[in-house]
Design a protein around this ligand. Structure first.
Ligand code: FA5
Length: 366
């Protein structure tokens, strides 16, 4: 081989390498070709090995020619490597730009106050306008306030009406909000207008309209010359304000030892429209508002003279009222911690965040 042949061979190697590099897309394949081309075992290595075959005068020029060709090849590989890396970087960058800021975002679903709380606020608003105080009595109550001061002495059969959770300290989880009547009378005296919303507890079998934990609102109005007419007018106003329409109601005699006379005010079942369903036990009516004129003995327990004052009281079933207002067929839907209770139907689709319940209070859109 002479110097001319060597130069020709190197030129061919350069052309072939250029073509091969143009086909290569990956860093690994390029590195492998570089090793095969300019490495000791490749054509450049073998040409360098052949320098000995040239005359001592030619060896300098041959060495320079091969080394120059090697340098050019190495530069060719370096440029190709930079090209491949920049294409990869562009691909990575375009992957990141798959994000489309014009697409609709993931909506944060805002819940609202529990339906029972909303109805409670409505009832409170109606009665606060009429000058009623809001009181909350204790949920853990003495036997005296839960029963005795309400004219239900020990062994009185009326105690059987309310299955009671008795506590180890001989107190009870209040079975109704009526004990607040006596607390309020003792605290404020007469005349008195008080509303007492709160939780009640009964040890009873759960079904579509009964829970062991539910809400009532107690109302009490004591003044001179309060009559059944005042009671009925107030009950009608209450239901009208909550339902914003005229409702079918019926008043029937009811027995509660702490009122005389006592009534049961039922409303026609809003779930079935009065035709009968599981919620109203097929009767078409929902017992919602027991009420009556405060018994003289209870006035006396409260420190008020029944000769001077009369009054009415009612014990609204608030959980049932919320069921009727929002068409909840089964009380367990409200009490079971089902988060769907906290989101309006139009927004039902995912997790619910209960936030800013106070903001809802002013004018709920829920
Ligand atoms: C009472 O609790 C009386 N304290 C009400 C009262 C107050 C009468 C003042 C007269 C004067 P009753 O046991 O009927 O009454 O319960 C009142 C209301 O609470 C019922 O009409 C019903 O709407 C609701 N209620 C009673 N038990 C349950 C229960 N287990 N689950 C859900 N709501 C209930």
């Amino acid at each position: 081989m002479n110097l001319e042949q060597l130069k020709k061979e190197l030129a061919e190697l350069s052309d072939e390498t250029k073509k091969a590099i143009a086909e290569i897309k990956s860093v690994d394949a390029l590195r492998s070709l570089e090793t095969k081309t300019v490495g000791k075992a490749g054509p450049i290595g073998s040409l360098l090995g052949k320098i000995r075959e040239f005359s001592p005068e030619e060896r300098g020029a041959v060495g320079q020619t091969v080394n120059l060709a090697k340098k050019e090849l190495v530069a060719m590989f370096a440029a190709a490597m930079a090209g491949i890396k920049s294409v990869a970087a562009d691909a990575e960058a375009s992957k990141a730009s798959d994000y489309d800021p014009t697409l609709p975002g993931t909506a944060v679903r805002i819940g609202c106050a529990h339906p029972v709380t909303q109805v409670q606020w409505q009832v409170e608003e109606v009665f606060q306008r009429l000058g009623f105080l809001i009181e909350t009595g204790p949920e853990m109550e003495t036997e005296y306030y839960n029963f005795e001061a309400l004219n239900i002495p020990a062994l009185h059969p009326a105690r059987d009406m309310q299955d009671t959770f008795w506590l180890e300290n001989n107190m009870v989880l209040r079975t109704h909000t009526s004990p607040v009547q006596v607390h309020a009378m003792q605290r404020h005296g007469a005349p008195l207008r008080v509303l007492a919303p709160g939780r009640c507890f009964r040890y009873e079998t759960i079904d579509a309209s009964h829970e062991n934990t539910f809400h009532q609102v107690e109302g009490l109005m004591i003044d001179k010359h309060i009559s059944i007419a005042n009671l009925i007018a107030m009950m009608k106003l209450l239901l009208q304000e909550v339902f914003h329409r005229d409702l079918k109601v019926r008043l029937r005699p009811g027995y509660f030892p702490f009122v005389e006379p006592g009534f049961e005010l039922d409303m026609s079942c809003a779930i079935c429209g009065g035709s009968g369903c599981a919620t109203c036990k097929q009767s078409g009516w929902i017992e919602i508002l027991p009420c009556g004129m405060v018994h003289p003995s209870v006035l006396r327990y409260g420190g008020i003279d029944p000769e001077k004052y009369t009054g009415f009281a009612f014990g609204l079933g608030l959980t049932r009222l919320a069921m009727m207002k929002y068409g909840v067929k089964d009380i367990r839907g409200l009490n079971g911690g089902d988060m769907r209770s906290l989101v309006p139907a139009s927004r039902l689709a995912g997790p619910v965040i209960l936030e800013k319940a106070e903001a809802v209070k002013g004018g709920s859109s829920c």
